[in-house]
Design a protein around this ligand. Sequence first.
Ligand code: ATP
Ligand code: MG
Length: 462
Amino acid sequence: MLSLRVKLTLALLFTGLSGVIIVAVLVQRLTTAEFDHFVSEQERANFIADMAAYYEVYGSWENIQIAHGRLPIAPLPANLPPDGAFSRTPGPIRFMLVDQDGLVVIPDQGYAPGQPIAEADLQRADAVVVDGETVGYVIAGARWPERNTLEESYLGRINRILWWATGGAIALALLLSFLFARSLSRPLHEIAAAIRAFSRGDLTSQVPVRSRDEVGQVAAAFNQMSADLARANRLRRQMTADIAHELRTPLSVVVGYLASLSEGLLKPSPERLQIMHGEAQHLQRLVEDLRLLSLADAGELRLHRQWVAPGELISLAAVTFGHQAEQRHVTLDVQIEPDVPLLHADPDRILQVLSNLLSNALRHTPEQGRITLSARQQDGQIRLAVQDTGPGIAPEHLVHVFERFYRVDAARHQEQTESGLGLAIAKSLVEAHGGSISAASVVGQGTTVTLAFPPSPRREGR
Ligand code: ATP
Ligand code: MG
């Protein structure tokens, strides 16, 4: 199979070649025709001048003689000027001469001497004028002018130059076609090599972007894909490591207790069983969270959507956490704007999100602090927000809080049961509803997490 480079080179070469050859042939034909035309015009002018000179000397056409179809006319008069007017017609005669009465003097084209010329032929005749008087007519003969050796060599030179120019143009076309084909096929070769390296497992492979055209765009798109996949791969590895790490602590606690209990080193007591139960519950929650995330990733999360009032969801969450807030001496404020449109959503999932946001807020809000839950419509979107007066999240952490297993203060959470999956799950659930989640925070003042949903398409009749 021919490579793209060869195919492109051949295609460009053939295109260039056909153009060059057509032009070369046309120029060659035109040059020859124009040259012949020029020569014959010159001959005709010379012949007319010769005839006029003859008539001027002899005063009639009577004694004009042609030897073997050639001029000059013998005998030449002695009073002819030295730079003789007859010297210009050395070749065979290719013209007819007709006298002023229209009778043929020098015949051609089937006419005999003395025969009257046809009106149609006289139409294309040139007058021979002596002293302002028309003394005869010259008409082109049937024969095409033959070129003499000088003219032939002149035409030959022109043709040689033309063929050299054609050869040069072909060589240039070949060189340019090759360079152009190479410039097109080279990035494709590089991309193909990078894809092969990619399939061998080198996810970092990149190709140089040499242009902004379509090929350059393919190279840039490949680089983007390669970078995205490398990032996804890194995140996957990180996630596996995080999961292993998260499972290890509670598992080692449970395994340690079970080993000591079975060896009789420890006696089972309600507190010890309570600890083991707590760790097992933590494991269970972790596994459940991971399952939820993987379902959301696969787009297989089942949402039991129904029409719900956002205010009701907010109130329900506030009631659920009311007791905890009271215990922590935190004020739980609820602000629900009137006329917030209904949301077509899975109420359990939205409540799950709000619960995580509320438990985060409660965990971070000091005593006498305030948590505000709100539902409103803004910029055409339905917005649910949880705002606290906690310590806030520094900008360098804020950009990562929705990542899986990301915890702002990892050390503080080490012994606690938070896994750093809450906001990642919240993001997945909100996005599964077609909404978005964002966090804004001012260190020392508090944090606001907002869920924004596009207005749900109305059911018919509502
Ligand atoms: P999980 O929710 O899985 O139990 P988590 O609460 O640690 O664990 P996320 O809810 O994802 O995890 O929160 C991520 C990080 O953001 C946490 O480390 C948490 O400290 C921080 N964070 C979340 N909400 C707030 C808030 N309102 N104020 C300050 N920090 C917050
Ligand atoms: Mg949380």
